[in-house]
Design a protein around this ligand. Structure first.
Ligand SMILES: Cc1cc2nc3c(=O)[nH]c(=O)nc-3n(C[C@H](O)[C@H](O)[C@H](O)COP(=O)(O)OP(=O)(O)OC[C@H]3O[C@@H](n4cnc5c(N)ncnc54)[C@H](O)[C@@H]3O)c2cc1C
Length: 400
């Protein structure tokens, strides 16, 4: 037990980390600054991750996936994000929000037909829940799906803020999107939501706009998607009518864990940058790390980084993909780590002075990217609400 490292609990996990870190250094790091500056998504780089077996990291091997666990997913997101959080977000939208969702909730026919394509990178996937007028209030959605006499579904509505919604500058939509739509009300008058697989080429599916001028995550594409009398075959309904909440519950914990893992990558990189700079930079005839105020930035950042790392990997080691039961902690890690990452990046900018404020020195990009993690995939307020509600139901969680 003495040398146990919960971030690398097995030899395989350590090898995965080393492989991804090396690959990231060689291919992700050199393009990160430019793609952020130009607000450009590196589609080919994402596709190439199919050859590494990382696009279907959690999907079963029989469909072309790698069949790995939540710790492995956490490692990959941490490593990518330490170089390029924007690119890591595009990876997350594809592999966690789409591929993992399909792997655990899709029908056999859907999995056999679509998983090999998204695991190889031939197809790029996205997940569309948010709308122009509904985000946190998921059941406030207005995109509707109505079944026609011939069995097909007619989708109408708009989805907003969809990562990978478009895959280039020409408005080419994602090859396949996991779409939540309203299909009626249940017997108690509550909104009934169903899940559909919408594929490029289906009539009525298009990109409304690529969203420019984001604060951060500029290396990922964010788009508005339009469904205008979009015809979806009957076979593209996922599971049964009204099952979306089940799908969301099954996937949400892994989504939040990996978003927290992205925050961990940001925190680690920002700390590394400020630590090196504090040695190299001399002022008043001394390296600035000798000044007490600089020591406070570094010392507090180290403690926050280690705390987030421990909490994130503790949660990852206890999370079984496809099951729910870790919601307190998947909300908890995202709540804690995202703000911690933003604060560490902020400390790094402060330590690095004017250099910290320009793109070449990385930390200002990490600072901008970190902010999104407090909003996307659940806002800080939604995590606070969920945790407080869950602790009302199970107060004993505190003493276990
Ligand atoms: C770059 C980017 C990428 C994204 N990618 C995707 C994606 O791939 N797929 C997708 O579906 N969505 C995506 N989103 C959307 C994201 O998940 C939402 O922005 C987020 O869920 C918040 O929703 P909202 O923006 O509508 O804000 P709102 O829900 O309107 O919230 C506004 C404010 O009100 C607060 N609030 C709302 N309800 C409550 C309450 N009950 N109690 C207290 N406070 C409350 C919120 O916490 C927030 O502070 C992305 C967003 C961005 C910016």
């Amino acid at each position: 037990m003495a040398n146990m490292d919960i971030a690398n609990p097995s030899e395989e996990h350590l090898m995965l980390r080393e492989m991804v870190r090396e690959w990231t250094q060689e291919y992700v790091e050199p393009q990160a600054h430019e793609h952020d500056r130009d607000e450009k998504f590196n589609l080919e780089l994402l596709r190439s991750m199919g050859e590494l077996g990382l696009l279907g990291i959690s999907a079963p091997e029989e469909y072309g996936g790698a069949g790995l666990d939540a710790v492995a997913c956490t490692i990959v997101h941490e490593e990518l994000s330490a170089s390029d959080p924007g690119f890591a977000l595009a990876y997350l939208a594809h592999s966690m929000l789409f591929v993992n969702n399909l792997a655990y909730n899709g029908t056999e026919e859907q999995k056999a037909r679509i998983l090999p394509k998204v695991c190889s990178g031939e197809w790029i996937g996205a997940m569309a829940m948010s709308e122009p007028d509904a985000g946190t209030d998921v059941l406030g959605l207005s995109t509707s799906a109505v079944q026609q006499d011939d069995g097909t579904w007619l989708l109408n509505g708009r989805k907003m803020w969809i990562t990978n919604g478009c895959i280039d500058e020409e408005g080419t939509p994602a090859d396949v999107v996991w779409v939540y739509a309203k299909t009626g009300e249940d017997e108690r008058g509550r909104v009934q939501m169903s899940t559909f697989l919408v594929e490029a080429g289906m009539p009525g599916y298009s990109v409304g706009q690529k969203i420019y001028d984001k604060t951060g995550m500029r290396a990922s594409n964010t788009a508005e998607l339009v469904f205008d009398d979009c015809i979806v075959p009957e076979a593209n309904l996922v599971g049964d009518v009204g099952q979306s909440l089940l799908h969301m519950m099954g996937n949400l914990e892994l989504e939040r864990l990996t978003l927290a893992a992205m925050a961990l990558g940001i925190g680690r990189r920002a700390l590394d940058e400020m630590n090196r700079y504090a040695t190299d930079r001399v002022a008043f005839n001394a390296p600035i790390r000798e000044f007490g105020q600089i020591q406070r930035y570094i010392g507090e950042s180290w403690a926050k980084y280690r705390a987030m790392r421990a909490y994130i990997y503790d949660t990852a080691n206890n999370l079984t993909i496809g099951t729910s039961g870790q919601r307190l902690d998947s909300d908890g890690v995202k709540l804690f780590a995202t703000t911690a990452a933003k604060e560490i990046a902020d400390a790094a900018m402060q330590v690095m002075g004017g250099y910290g404020y320009v793109g070449e020195y990385h930390v200002e990009r990490l600072w901008r990217d970190a902010k999104l993690l407090e909003i996307g995939g659940g806002t800080l307020e939604s995590h606070q609400k969920n945790i407080t509600r869950d602790l009302f139901k199970d107060g004993e969680a505190i003493n276990r």
